[in-house]
Design a protein around this ligand. Structure first.
Ligand code: AMP
Ligand code: GLY
Length: 422
């Protein structure tokens, strides 16, 4: 069969590689993909929000299944658009995609279904903000309601910061929405928990811990993610039971009641406090870079899993995982998450000899006149598997040193929570 994959990050390269390994696949088409996926698939340059164009490409290339990697096309309704045209799509419908597309929607689902989450208030005007300030201790988390490319969450330590940031959002700083969600600040350890969902059932799809801050010791501004490891040891069997029964089950039931059942990957961003899970956010897709550590541990055929998801037969599908641990470190362009240069030459990559349990997933890369160049802030993901996180990290850092890309930087302390505990 032929498969189409929408997206261009490290997440999509990891998914693409796994698809490529399946015996069920003839051709893979990436919309638009990156330099890494071009070794495995045909990259097609297209605006991923131009659904009509994508439909034409699906028909032209006789694509049997389309997988949507990033959130934006899903929030804009690509799954509904293509399903109406009888295309098999892996990813949730537009209504369910609001779990990520609208933080106010997600919080309302929590409130209506008693899902543990930070205390909150949805605000449309300053009066409501001032009322919440009276009832909630600082710091307060200010969140833009709609998609904001990772820039919509601000942790405010003073009342003035809350007022300033909320008024900016009310005045249209983010095009997606002028609503604000104010939240109590939760203290604990963060973990990402993934499930794959069809209209009737769902199955565990890995756990991971990300590192959002740009600098070592979790300092500096937030990023899309600087590195991750899987599994997340904090997600014990007893915690997992609570995550399922208190968070995942009621959410999926609520969407079913609305006759808009979920389908695809669902990512619960959690805060764990004294072995109790609280939902910070939902994402309607795999995480990036979490996908780059979860997917390598998957032993089962990803295409089979996705096909059984779109035909609602997940219940009978076995999903098996390797016992090995995995880690990824993101090599970024200097300046990220602020302004950074693009189009920088990356030589030496072919000289790195990887073992069979290591892989380099591309993110912001492309070929220009046959030369590999950067075109994003997060450029390459160095991923490795093994039995000990400390050794895995050492191996990864050795690879990055061999590349010796002068225009790049990375965090050397990925996994500190699991490595320093020993
Ligand atoms: P998001 O952009 O929704 O992924 O949020 C970015 C990050 O902000 C999360 O990964 C958390 O580290 C932090 N965050 C969001 N909401 C809260 C909260 N209520 N309490 C503490 N930290 C939070
Ligand atoms: N790594 C966080 C995310 O994918 O949203």
């Amino acid at each position: 069969m032929n498969i189409g994959l929408i997206g261009s990050g490290g997440r999509e390269h990891a998914i693409c590689k796994k698809l490529y390994e399946s015996k069920l696949v003839n051709n893979i088409f990436c919309f638009p993909g990156n330099a890494g996926t071009s070794y495995l698939a045909t990259n097609i340059e297209v605006d991923i929000l131009d659904f009509k164009k994508i439909y034409k490409l699906i028909k032209y290339h006789k694509i049997d299944l389309i997988i949507v990697g990033p959130e934006e096309p899903l929030v804009n309704g690509i799954a509904d658009f293509l399903r109406k045209k009888k295309i098999k799509v892996f990813g949730p419908n537009k209504y369910a995609a609001r779990l990520e597309g609208s933080k106010a929607f997600m919080k309302m689902i929590c409130a209506q279904n008693k899902i543990p989450t930070a205390k909150f208030k949805i605000c449309n005007e300053e009066k409501q903000v001032r009322l919440f300030l009276k009832s909630c201790k600082l710091p307060i988390v200010v969140k833009a309601d709609g998609l904001a490319a990772g820039k919509g969450v601000i942790i405010c330590k003073t009342k003035n910061q809350v007022i300033k940031n909320t008024s900016e959002i009310f005045n249209g700083k983010f095009k997606s929405s002028r609503k604000v969600v104010l939240e109590e600040f939760l203290v604990g350890e963060e973990a990402s928990y993934f499930v794959v969902v069809d209209n009737n059932n769902y199955k565990f799809f890995g756990s991971a811990q990300d590192h959002k801050r740009v600098y070592e010791n979790d300092k500096g501004p937030n990023t899309g993610g600087m590195g991750a490891y899987s599994p997340a040891p904090i997600v014990t069997k007893s915690l997992e039971k609570k995550i399922k029964s208190r968070i995942i089950d009621p959410t999926l039931k609520a969407l079913k009641r609305k006759k808009k059942p979920y389908s695809g990957f669902l990512y619960a961003g959690l805060m764990i406090k004294k072995n109790e899970p609280y939902l910070i956010e939902y994402n309607i897709r795999m995480g990036d870079p979490e996908c780059q550590v979860v997917i390598p541990r998957l032993k089962s055929d990803l295409v089979k899993i996705m096909l059984s998801t779109v035909s609602n037969k997940l219940k009978k599908t076995k999903i098996e995982w390797s016992n090995k641990k995995s880690m990824t470190i993101v090599l970024c362009s200097k300046g990220y998450p602020g302004p950074y240069k693009k189009n920088i030459l990356i030589d030496n990559l072919n000289k790195i000899k990887l073992t069979s349990s290591s892989y380099i997933y591309h993110a912001g890369t492309y070929f220009f006149k046959n030369k590999l160049r950067s075109n994003g802030g997060r450029v390459l993901n160095f991923t490795s598997m093994g039995s000990d996180f400390k050794i895995i990290r050492k191996n990864i850092i050795n690879y990055i040193k061999k590349l010796s890309w002068k225009k790049g930087f990375y965090r050397k302390d990925i996994g500190w929570k699991v490595i320093n505990k020993k």
